[in-house]
Design a protein around this ligand. Structure first.
Ligand SMILES: C=C(O[C@H]1C=CC=C(C(=O)O)[C@@H]1O)C(=O)O
Length: 420
C-alpha cells in the first residue's frame, strides 16, 4: 500500500469546495488536459478531473478493504464546503481495480473536478489544508487525432484463442465447471503518441448509453454497471449473452428476438444474474430481480440485460458493494473459484484492470462502479501503444469460432475510436 501524501498510514487533510458554474463546455471532456485526465461520462453527465490531490496505489487480496479504509480516513479528515449538494459533488475519487489480487488498483482524488448532473454543472477544487485553491480558469482543449494506427495479436492469435475456448468447452461438458469468461488482447500501435482524449471523445459520442471512463491510462466505454448506490437505492445492470449487429435494422430485430430465445445465451445470462443477486442480497432489505432479461441494443452488439434493484440494508458504500460483487459471472464464471483458476491456467495473459471495477465514490459512500469492458490500457512505457481487451462467456453450448467473432465485435468500439 502506498499513499501519495503525506507518506505514512494517514490520509492527507484536504479542503474541498464545490460551486455551481456557468461557461462550461457542452462536453465535459473538452476540458481535460493532455496528461492525467480522469473521466466518467454518460449522456453528457458525469465528472472529469485532473491533478492529484491524493492517491492510493494498492494490490493484494485486501485491496478493496484497504481502499475503503483509506477513503473513510480521508473523508473523516476532510473539510468540505459543498454548495451543490448532489451525489458526486463535494469530495470525490475516481478508481479502478485489478481483476486479480496481483493486478495494481488505484483511487485518485483530483485537484479539480467538473461535474454535471441534469442541468447543474459545478466545479470542485481539492487542496491541502494549508492552501485553499482558487477556482480554476476553465479552458477547453482540442485533442490531436490518432493517425496511422496498426493492430497486431496480443498474447495469442485468434486461432490459438479459439483452441483455448474449445478446451474450456470440453472441461465444462466434462462437468468441471458451468461457465468461464475467457478474454484476449490486441495491440494497437500508432505512429505518434496517442492522445487519449481523442478516443475518449469518439467513444462518448458513439456510445452515449455506455459509461465512458478514463482512469490512469485505462480508457473505454462500458455498457455494464456493476453497481450504483445513490441515497440508499442500489442498482446493477447485468449483461451476459451477446449477438453481433449487422447494421440492417430489420435483420438486427430478428437477431434480437433469436438472442432472447437462445438457450445458450439465457443460461450464460442466468449465471451472471445469480452471481449479482447472491452478492447483493446481504446488503439489501428488498430486491427486484426480473425473471426475464431484455435486449440491450448497442451500436456494435446486442446483449441480454437484467436491471437488478434493491434498497440498502446497511452502510456499505458503492465501493464496498463493488467489492462484494467482483468478480461477477459476467467476467469470471461459475463457480467463481474454479472459473478464476481456469482463467489463470489457460487464458495466457494478465488482464490488469480490464474486467475489474472502475468508477467513482463520494464522501457519502454514493457512487457508480462499472466493469471495465470495451477498453484499452495505454502502455506507460510507450505512449504510442495500447492493449485492447475483449472476452466472452463460455458455456457448454458455446462454439469457439462464434466466440472469437464475438470478441472481435466487442473490440470494435476501441478500434473505431482509435481511427481504425
Ligand atoms: C467480457 C466481456 O463481456 C461480458 C459482458 C457482457 C457480455 C458478455 C458475453 O456475452 O460473453 C460477457 O460476459 C467483454 O466485453 O470483454
Amino acid at each position: 500500500m502506498s499513499l501519495s501524501e503525506p507518506v505514512g498510514s494517514q490520509a492527507p487533510h484536504l479542503v474541498i469546495r464545490s460551486q455551481p458554474v456557468d461557461g462550461v463546455s457542452a462536453q465535459l471532456m473538452d476540458h481535460l488536459p493532455a496528461e492525467g485526465g480522469l473521466a466518467w461520462v454518460r449522456r453528457g453527465d458525469g465528472h472529469v478531473g485532473w491533478g492529484v490531490a491524493a492517491r492510493l496505489d494498492i494490490a493484494g487480496g485486501n485491496r478493496f478493504q484497504e481502499a475503503i479504509a483509506w477513503w473513510k480516513e480521508l473523508v473523516a479528515a476532510a473539510v468540505v464546503r459543498d454548495e451543490v449538494g448532489v451525489p458526486g459533488s463535494g469530495l470525490l475519487c475516481f478508481g479502478s481495480f485489478g481483476f486479480t489480487d496481483e493486478d495494481l488498483s488505484q483511487l485518485v482524488v483530483p485537484e479539480v473536478i467538473i461535474g454535471r448532473r441534469g442541468g447543474t454543472t459545478w466545479v470542485t477544487t481539492v487542496s491541502p489544508a494549508s492552501s485553499l485553491a482558487a477556482p480554476p480558469e476553465l479552458v477547453t482543449h482540442e485533442p490531436s487525432p490518432v493517425h496511422d494506427i496498426a493492430f497486431s495479436d496480443g498474447a495469442r492469435s485468434g486461432t490459438d484463442w479459439s483452441s483455448i475456448v474449445a478446451d474450456a468447452i470440453k472441461r465444462i461438458t466434462g462437468g468441471e465447471l458451468d461457465k468461464v469468461v475467457l478474454a484476449r488482447d490486441l495491440i494497437a500501435i500508432a505512429e505518434q503518441p496517442i492522445d487519449l482524449r481523442w478516443p475518449l471523445r469518439q467513444l462518448a459520442s458513439a456510445y452515449p448509453n455506455c459509461w465512458t471512463f478514463s482512469v490512469d491510462g485505462l480508457i473505454g466505454a462500458t455498457p455494464e454497471l456493476l453497481v450504483r448506490r445513490e441515497k440508499g437505492l442500489i442498482t446493477s445492470r447485468v449483461l451476459a449473452g451477446t449477438i453481433r449487429r449487422t447494421g440492417d435494422d430489420a435483420h438486427d430485430l430478428a437477431l434480437a428476438a433469436s438472442l432472447a430465445r437462445s438457450s445458450k445465451d439465457l443460461e450464460e445470462h442466468e449465471f451472471a444474474v445469480r452471481s449479482v443477486a447472491d452478492a447483493l442480497k446481504p446488503h439489501c432489505t428488498s430486491m427486484n430481480v426480473p425473471e426475464t432479461p431484455f435486449v440491450l441494443h448497442l451500436p456494435n452488439v446486442m446483449h441480454l440485460a437484467t436491471d437488478v434493484a434493491g434498497v440498502a440494508a446497511n452502510g456499505a458504500s458503492a465501493l464496498g458493494l463493488a467489492a462484494a460483487l467482483h468478480p461477477s459471472a459476467a467476467v469470471c464464471g461459475t463457480p467463481t473459484d474454479l472459473a478464476r483458476d481456469l482463467i489463470g491456467e489457460i487464458e495466457g495473459m494478465r488482464r490488469g484492470r480490464f474486467s475489474g471495477p472502475v468508477g467513482w465514490l463520494d464522501a457519502a459512500g454514493d457512487g457508480e462502479w462499472c466493469i471495465a469492458l470495451r477498453c484499452g490500457q495505454a502502455d506507460p512505457d510507450d505512449p504510442r501503444r495500447m492493449r485492447l481487451f475483449a472476452g466472452a462467456g463460455i458455456v457448454a453450448g458455446s462454439d469457439p469460432v462464434a466466440e472469437l467473432a464475438e470478441t472481435n465485435a466487442k473490440l470494435v468500439p476501441m478500434r473505431d475510436a482509435l481511427g481504425d
